[in-house]
Ligand binder design. Structure first.
Ligand SMILES: Nc1nc2c(ncn2[C@@H]2O[C@H](COP(=O)(O)OP(=O)(O)OP(=O)(O)O)[C@@H](O)[C@H]2O)c(=O)[nH]1
Ligand SMILES: [Mg+2]
Length: 365
């Protein structure tokens, strides 16, 4: 059966509102290689059609990969480890060799040392009971990293296929395109985007006679903010440029808003620094503690802007978390959005939509 070369969806010419649609006359002209209407719109207009990946049955994809016993390249987003690691990875693929790749290292400022992040990523996986002793920290943008990734794949492959697996938007397709580009000197053709659920089926990218990379749909994480946003805001949360840390020196009695997704109330402690690592497009705003509720009600749609009213509806209620910090630095992590590093000492109350996963960890930087 023919498939769209951008997203992998099986072709059909009858229903424009569902996956793999191509006009019959287009298909006739380009039978051997074509993009579906949805990919065409993403590639040329950066505008997806409202055709999602939510109803794909990931269990079928996982079962097929498990049965192959082939290498699984599990890609995570180094900026959102909590939101993008797959807790069940060992259960899904008990007999497959696994390579763990933390992508998007370029989102950190150039001053951040890769070795330090790598040690952090390994410890992170270990703590979750996942053996990732030889994980890689890379950027799809960096040629040398792509060469290192290829070498790592070759040294671990058990058969001809290597499957790229992970949550949506971590850069699986971008990495495959980059590997194809390096090996064949022609750009990869898989559609990539900052929208969730871009890849819709297995897509095979042959690299060499003995190695084929296979792209997969990403898992959509119900605890990640992006999942509840309209297309326009989904891509705002996916950064392409390095994330500019935003530093606030706060005294107890102040509140810091992370757009309209939530806020940190600094209840007690000593003057501390709060450094926000989140997409540059997200507004961050400081107010006084006693004004928090009123500020939120009044400014969620002008100053704070995201999420919009329909998105808030989907995100549901706020949940509250109590954290103490200091003297060690910690990160408050907000899945799909980023993290806030707290340096100093004190107690914070964090409020965030309950569907978004919030946690605390030792600081990554
Ligand atoms: N800054 C940065 N952005 C990246 C990198 N890799 C991918 N991206 C961006 O991340 C977004 C998602 O990339 P995709 O390759 O479509 O992600 P995917 O994992 O294939 O997503 P699904 O197909 O939905 O599972 C795109 O906007 C990419 O440009 C990277 O190394 N650095
Ligand atoms: Mg993809």
């Amino acid at each position: 059966m023919s498939k769209c070369r951008g997203c992998g969806a099986p072709v059909q010419t009858t229903n424009p509102g569902s996956r793999g649609y191509v006009r019959a006359d287009v298909l006739k002209r380009r039978e051997d290689s074509f993009y579906c209407e949805r990919c065409y719109n993403i590639i040329h207009y950066n505008r997806p059609l409202p055709i999602g990946a939510e109803d794909l049955d990931m269990r079928e994809f996982i079962a097929a990969v498990a049965e192959s016993k082939a290498l699984v390249v599990n890609v995570v987003d180094v900026f959102d480890l909590e939101g993008t690691y797959v807790p069940e990875i060992n259960d899904y693929f008990p007999d497959n060799p696994k390579l763990f790749v933390a992508n998007k290292f370029d989102l950190f400022l150039p001053s951040v040392k890769r070795g330090k992040i790598l040690a952090y990523v390994r410890a992170f996986f270990e703590e979750k009971g996942i053996d990732a002793a030889d994980a890689l920290v890379i950027s799809a943008r960096d040629r040398e990293d792509i060469d290192a990734l290829l070498a790592a794949i070759k040294s671990r492959q058990t058969g001809r296929e290597a499957y790229f697996f992970g949550m949506t938007n971590v850069g699986k397709s971008t990495l495959i395109n980059a590997l194809v580009g390096r090996a064949k000197k022609t750009p990869g053709e898989i559609t990539v985007s900052g929208y969730i659920g871009t890849t819709l089926d297995f897509i095979e990218a042959p690299l060499a006679p003995d190695l084929s990379l296979i792209d997969m749909p990403g898992i959509i994480n119900a605890r990640q903010a992006t999942n509840y946003l309209d297309y326009a805001n989904q891509k705002k949360l996916v950064s392409k440029k390095p994330i500019r840390p935003r530093v606030y020196q706060l005294d107890p009695g102040q509140t810091l808003f992370i757009a309209g997704f939530g806020f940190l109330k600094f209840i007690s402690g000593s003057r501390s620094s709060f450094v926000v690592y989140a997409a540059n497009a997200l507004p961050v705003h400081r107010t006084r503690l006693e004004n928090t509720g009123e500020f939120y009600e009044r400014h969620r749609d002008d100053i704070l802007k995201i999420p919009n009213p329909a998105e808030r509806e989907r995100l549901g209620k706020f949940a509250r978390y109590d954290f103490t910090f200091g003297p060690e630095k910690v990160d408050i992590t907000i899945s799909g959005i980023g993290f806030v590093t707290l340096a100093g000492a004190g107690r914070v109350e964090v409020y965030c939509f309950e569907k978004i996963k919030v946690g605390i960890r030792k600081a990554i930087i």
